[in-house]
Design a protein around this ligand. Structure first.
Ligand SMILES: Nc1nc2c(ncn2[C@@H]2O[C@H](COP(=O)(O)OP(=O)(O)OP(=O)(O)O)[C@@H](O)[C@H]2O)c(=O)[nH]1
Length: 372
């Protein structure tokens, strides 16, 4: 899968800093739902372990353990409920950190507690088994689609905890045993990180499929709507203009009817590449549906957008199969000049003007001010 990824996508595997909003959304949903599942499962399993504690240990050993397990059960239950409302990536980090904090706290507490007793036979076996909790937690990390950096951030405290616990135990434990268990922990961490990253790679490929329109290579309607929302919010925050152009090809149906659907598809691909050639970096070109396209131009006034689109029209959108030029009717709207409060009304305004362009005779631009 790595071989099929672009350099940017490989960078997404390393750190979440440049992740696009659609990827954030997908990961948030996946992480939060898995946190809920694990927390719910542990809120059932943790109290069941109380039976084993009571059966295996004398009262002075099991009583504090049981109190700790009840506290952990309540914490897992709260995480399960809390995760229902989590929507953003920061929320996802928070619940994930909580999910790991609960067993970590329980481990530190039970480890200190058990160290006070000289246990033998089956009791010692259980006590040694409890020391494997950090290993289980590390393995559990593999079900979350995290980047390399996020994995390191989550794994480091666990490795550090194991390292310190090992150093403290050195007087009673020989160093080869300590080194071997630490080595095992590093191996589990490595496998977990690989598993988590390959899940992330899978999500990235799915997101890529959803982002692009297969035929034209433009942004798809779904990702386009998210980008519009983002650009609108940024334009609002920066008090910067945001222009949207709605393009509809003229008499496109005739191409399909006279020359077939494949010829129509070829025209759409040609138009998309002709327009994309002239775009500025930062402009977003979306296939809105059928033969309708939307061009989102941040930090651009309608006058500047008209000049750019006029240039595109002069260069040409390509030819119909009969050799006549392809033309488009274009409506332009701008957030500030048209006093529009959200991206949907901005698109609607551009759409209305595109219809005015159609009614005015097609092959023209209608903007907030003049016609071209
Ligand atoms: N080949 C092809 N045709 C498509 C695709 N999507 C939509 N269409 C066709 O695009 C045509 C759109 O036609 P209309 O909206 O009626 O308008 P028009 O013929 O372009 O005329 P005006 O917009 O009024 O200038 C329909 O015939 C659709 O079937 C596509 O992916 N490929």
């Amino acid at each position: 899968m790595l071989v099929e990824m672009s350099t940017q996508e490989v960078r997404w595997l390393l750190s979440a800093r440049q992740h696009i909003s659609l990827l954030h959304k997908r990961r948030t949903t996946m992480i939060v739902s898995r946190v809920r599942l694990v927390a719910a499962l542990f809120s059932i399993l943790t109290p069941l372990w109380i039976i084993i504690d009571i059966a295996a240990f004398p009262r002075e050993v099991w009583l504090p353990l049981v109190v700790g397990r009840i506290a952990a059960t309540i914490a897992f239950g709260m995480i399960t409920l809390l995760a229902i409302k989590m929507r953003t990536m920061n929320d996802a980090y928070r619940v994930l950190a909580m999910l790991f904090a609960v067993p970590t706290a329980f481990f530190l507490f039970s480890y200190q507690h058990m160290a006070q007793f000289q246990l033998h036979g089956i009791q010692q076996a259980f006590s040694t088994g409890y020391a494997f909790l950090p290993f289980v937690m590390l393995a559990g990390l593999s079900i979350f689609p995290l980047t390399l950096l996020e994995n390191i951030i989550f794994i480091s405290p666990l490795l550090l905890m194991q390292f310190i616990a090992g150093i403290l135990r050195l007087p009673v434990l020989d160093w080869p045993t300590f080194a071997a268990s630490f080595w095992l922990m590093l191996l589990i961490a490595g496998v977990s990180v690989l598993a988590g990253i390959s899940q992330l790679a899978f999500i990235i490929v799915l997101v890529r499929e959803a982002i692009r329109d297969h035929m034209t290579g433009c942004f798809s309607r779904q990702s386009g709507e998210e980008l519009l929302e983002l650009q609108f919010a940024m334009s609002l925050r920066n008090h910067a203009p945001l222009t949207v152009a709605f393009l509809d090809l003229d008499h496109f149906k005739q191409i399909n009817d006279r020359f077939g659907h494949e010829a129509g598809d070829a025209v759409l691909i040609g138009v998309a590449s002709a327009i994309q050639e002239h775009l500025r970096q930062g402009d977003v070109f979306i296939r809105w549906g059928g033969e309708e396209f939307i061009l989102v131009m941040p930090n651009t006034t309608p006058a500047q957008a008209s000049v750019a689109l006029q240039r595109v029209r002069e260069e040409g959108l390509g030819l119909r199969p009969d050799g006549t030029p392809i033309t488009a009717s274009i409506g332009i709207a701008e957030r500030i000049e048209d006093s529009l409060g959200d991206w949907r009304t901005l698109v609607d305004k551009a759409d209305v003007r595109m219809y005015e362009a159609k009614q005015g005779g097609r092959d023209r631009i209608v903007g907030p001010g003049a016609q071209a």
